[in-house]
Design a protein around this ligand. Structure first.
Ligand SMILES: [Zn+2]
Length: 217
């Protein structure tokens, strides 16, 4: 899949296959969307939300950016979240990071002169790395350090989103979940517990990636 023309041909084959298997599929899609889940993930080409979860069109409302970041002054992310929470009334928000994340790696490396916008974008990640400096430096292997920060970042984004006015002012605030995707196994792991109230209390203590538990759901 290295040329846009391949994408068009694949789309043609896919649409014909779906229409043959499920004649009402596209008619139903055209009626509107009622996704129950907002997915906030990384733009990385190796982490396509629908593909890794086997979700169908209409199931996920998706926002992706470098290193799956949310900040209240980010109009793009905020508008997606506002629409998902207040108009679509999604019941769940999944913030999904991944191991081997280039954005996270950049936050642990010297800023690149060629990427000033990216540098500004990941400033919060650098701050997070600084707050966990000792814990991260204790990990000798750099790749493992990057993966640890990727997990800490997911937990931090979950905290920020849960505390955001967009979520707090919702008539029915959604559950916010933090997951990490392991590229080597292709598996999602739940980093935050389902008990949102307890986690908010815990987040004021020193959060640590080792609270990761396998998603049994
Ligand atoms: Zn990434």
């Amino acid at each position: 899949m290295n040329h846009p023309k391949r994408l068009l041909l694949s789309n043609l084959a896919w649409s014909q296959e779906v229409a043959a298997r499920e004649p009402e599929f596209f008619t139903d899609l055209a009626r509107g969307q009622q996704p129950r889940i907002l997915w906030i993930g990384c733009s990385d080409s190796r982490v396509p939300a629908e593909r890794i979860t086997n979700a169908q069109p209409g199931e996920l409302f998706v926002h992706r950016n470098i290193a799956n970041l949310y900040t209240s002054d980010d109009g793009n992310a905020s508008s997606v979240i506002e629409y998902a929470v207040h108009a679509l009334k999604v019941e769940h928000v999944v913030i999904c990071g991944h191991h081997h994340c280039g954005g996270v790696r950049a936050a642990l490396s010297p800023p690149s002169d060629a990427l000033p916008v990216v540098n500004r974008r990941i400033a919060g990640l650098r701050d997070l790395a600084e707050r966990h400096r000792e814990e991260l430096l204790a990990i000798a292997d750099f790749d493992a350090r990057v993966d640890c920060l990727a997990e800490l970042n997911v937990i931090e984004q979950v905290r920020l989103l849960r505390e955001s006015p967009i979520v707090r002012r919702a008539p029915r605030p959604p559950q916010v979940h933090g997951w990490i995707f392991g590229l080597r196994e292709g598996l999602l792991t739940q980093l935050t517990d389902m008990d949102q109230a307890r986690e908010i209390a815990d987040s004021h203590a020193d959060s640590h990636a080792s609270i990761a538990v396998r998603d049994a759901a």
